[in-house]
Design a protein around this ligand. Structure first.
Ligand SMILES: C[S@@+](CC[C@H](N)C(=O)[O-])C[C@H]1O[C@@H](n2cnc3c(N)ncnc32)[C@H](O)[C@@H]1O
Length: 281
């Protein structure tokens, strides 16, 4: 990794980087998140008719399942392209939901507005997480709940390790992601750190459930590549200097790994541990 790439994965990506992956996110990532979204919404006790705010909502991985449960949803994200995809899905399904462009560090929402406020893989990765969490608490009604879903231990994130191994098979000098300074994505991968940060933001009775996993199902190396590059700007940054031939080789190696993992012609299932935190205002 070059110094510039290292700096970017440490400090977070600009809005343009997220905007660029919005179509891939909508097609390859968000649709596979509904089980883990429902696990979080259940823990937060979201009920039909309640108001739900999704922060750093992307194309609706959390807010579409919330709207399908019957909640009245506002989905916010700083990338307009993410919100456009969200609004298109809302219109297609006729859901009671709207999307608005907003930075999670400065929510344009009055105090004490929402029954439940959530963020899935969103506030997990922002640079000023303490401020974003305080904003989530501010806009939640007294007695309302705040939900934060984040990745657990990066060492058990199988898709990431498939990616690093495949890149190293093609580019042996590739160093991968520095273990001593993991990207912001993993800043609350320790459940106790997540619990403390949610408590510091003003929440009571914070619990962090570590019993759920993200499960992605892929049948080919290309599908895994699309999921990796669509889900986060980090993989694109890491392979930015590679030639087309090197990228094709990486996809070929991934393909072999996926087919080896798949059993009986079924898909390969890759998992990642989750920390699902819920607290009460
Ligand atoms: C990994 S995606 C998660 C999307 C969605 N919550 C989900 O579960 O599918 C991270 C999202 O955070 C958004 N994001 C990053 N920084 C943000 C900020 N400062 N304010 C609002 N959204 C932000 C990105 O645009 C992206 O849509």
């Amino acid at each position: 990794m070059t110094n510039l790439q290292h700096e970017t994965t440490r400090r977070g990506f600009p809005v343009e980087a997220w905007e660029a992956i919005a179509p891939l996110y909508d097609e390859h990532v968000a649709p596979g998140e509904s089980d883990l979204a429902l696990a979080g919404l259940r823990l937060a006790g979201l009920r039909a008719g309640e108001t739900f705010l999704d922060v750093a909502a992307g194309t609706g991985g959390l807010s579409l399942p919330a709207a399908r449960l019957g909640a009245k949803v506002l989905a916010t994200d700083w990338a307009p392209g993410m919100i456009e995809h969200f609004n298109a899905r809302v219109a297609a399904e006729g859901l009671d939901a709207e999307g608005r462009v907003m930075d999670c560090h400065r929510l344009d929402i009055a105090d004490d507005t929402y029954d439940v406020t959530g963020s899935q893989f969103g506030v997990m990765l922002v640079p000023d997480q303490a401020r974003a969490l305080r904003e989530m608490v501010r806009v939640t009604k007294p007695g309302g709940r705040v939900l934060l879903t984040a990745y657990g231990n990066p060492g058990e994130f199988e898709a990431l390790h498939f990616f690093i191994s495949a890149v190293q098979a093609v580019v042996p000098e590739f160093e991968g992601i520095p273990e001593d300074e993991p990207p912001l994505e993993f800043q609350v991968s320790d459940p106790e750190v997540l619990r403390q940060r949610m408590t510091d933001a003003g929440l009571k009775d914070v619990i962090v459930d570590t019993s759920h996993q993200e499960r992605i199902e892929v049948r080919t190396g290309q599908q895994l590549w699309d999921w990796l590059l669509g889900g986060n700007p980090i993989p694109s940054a890491l392979v930015a200097d590679f030639t087309d031939e090197q990228r094709d080789d990486i996809i070929r190696v991934l393909d072999g790994m996926v087919r080896e993992r798949a059993a009986h012609n079924g898909p390969a299932v890759l998992t990642a541990p989750l920390n699902i935190g819920v607290g009460t205002k």
